[in-house]
Design a protein around this ligand. Structure first.
Ligand code: ADP
Length: 320
């Protein structure tokens, strides 16, 4: 009987559980045994894993986080760590591994694939910053959480004639900032992909809009830009509008996954098992134009994904 293992690695994201469920159920349907590895590559090195059955993944679809826990594992960056993991896989009879995580986790999956254990990567991160896919598991849920939170901020900004300067996650990418900026009706969106001058692009815009009667503002700032306290101070000093900074933080990583995330996670998890069933490894799964696709891991890591400048233009034109 074939055995595959599954782990979640790097930062957690809502929808990871839906992917775990899809992998386990698909594999079991096809007569493949599944081991759930705890805490990312750490569990693979230490043999911390448990056999999964239909019931071990029931009731997890709607839960945020990951039932397998996730972690970073510095040891896996060294060859000795990968070698240990390979030994564990051989000992446990593991014929293939599904890794749910980001680019870092993919690099680890490639290293292990090169040692003869077929690995398939599935994109799990709220940041949507994985080049080989248009969509990553957790992105939609995180954006909906941001919108809900910023709608609340808007109520109080509006009542007090304030400016809210909100920092959202995304690491070096501005996907969350751009799309939640549009969704929340932000006056200004700052993201690493678009050059910006605080004076010209933020303060001047707010000043001129203030003159026309607008009294409250939302400035959406990507994590990759940061410094929201400082931006708020500058806005207040230059415009006289009371400005407050808010870093949304880890609330963005939690919560029940949206339907979009549950479905994407299910489709990609299913596809990962189909690859491993055929003994195909060293692949990353992704979504392109709504379809599930897969690439060689190295090829996937080399791909370049850019923010849609037309969306940036739309955001700017509808803002102020
Ligand atoms: P993400 O997968 O979300 O990008 P990290 O970059 O933290 O998150 O990577 C998660 C884990 O993947 C790391 O803790 C490490 O175990 C493994 N990893 C990351 N980069 C490499 C690499 N270059 N080679 C081998 N393993 C890596």
């Amino acid at each position: 009987q074939k055995t595959i293992a599954i782990l979640t690695s790097g930062g957690d994201a809502p929808g990871m559980n839906a992917a775990i469920r899809a992998v386990v159920r698909t594999a079991l349907h096809r007569g493949i045994r599944v081991l759930g590895v705890r805490r990312g590559y750490n569990g693979l090195i230490n043999g911390d894993m448990v056999e999964m059955n239909f019931l071990s993944v029931s009731d997890i679809m709607h839960r945020g986080g990951t039932v397998l826990y996730t972690a970073r594992c510095p040891e896996f960056r060294e060859d000795a760590g990968v070698e240990k993991a390979k030994e564990t896989c051989i000992k446990m009879g593991i014929d293939g591994l599904v890794v749910i995580g980001g680019d870092g986790s993919y690099r680890g999956a490639r290293d292990l694939s090169l040692k003869g254990i077929p690995c398939v990567g599935v994109p799990g991160t709220i940041d949507n910053d994985i080049s080989s896919t248009e969509y990553t598991i957790g992105y939609d849920t995180a954006m909906n959480t941001v919108c809900e939170m910023v709608d609340r901020l808007r109520d109080t900004s509006q009542s007090h004639d304030r400016c809210s300067v909100v920092e959202v996650m995304g690491r070096k990418a501005g996907y969350i900032a751009l799309n939640t900026g549009i969704g929340c009706g932000a006056s200004v969106i700052l993201m690493p992909e678009v050059e910006c001058d605080i004076e010209k692009d933020v303060i001047d815009k707010i000043k001129s809009s203030h003159k026309t009667g607008k009294q409250h503002f939302i400035v959406m700032v990507a994590e990759g830009i940061g410094g929201v306290e400082d931006i708020a101070k500058k806005i207040e000093a230059a415009t006289g509008i009371e400005s407050r900074a808010c870093v949304l933080g880890h609330v963005q990583r939690g919560g029940a996954p949206t339907v979009t995330d549950r479905v994407a996670a299910t489709k990609m998890g299913y596809h990962a098992v189909e690859l491993l069933e055929q003994g195909i490894g060293n692949r990353v799964v992704g979504m392109q134009c709504g379809e599930v696709v897969d690439y060689d891991i190295l090829e996937g890591l080399k791909m370049v994904k850019t923010i849609d400048m037309n969306t940036v233009k739309i955001a700017e034109e509808v803002a102020l």
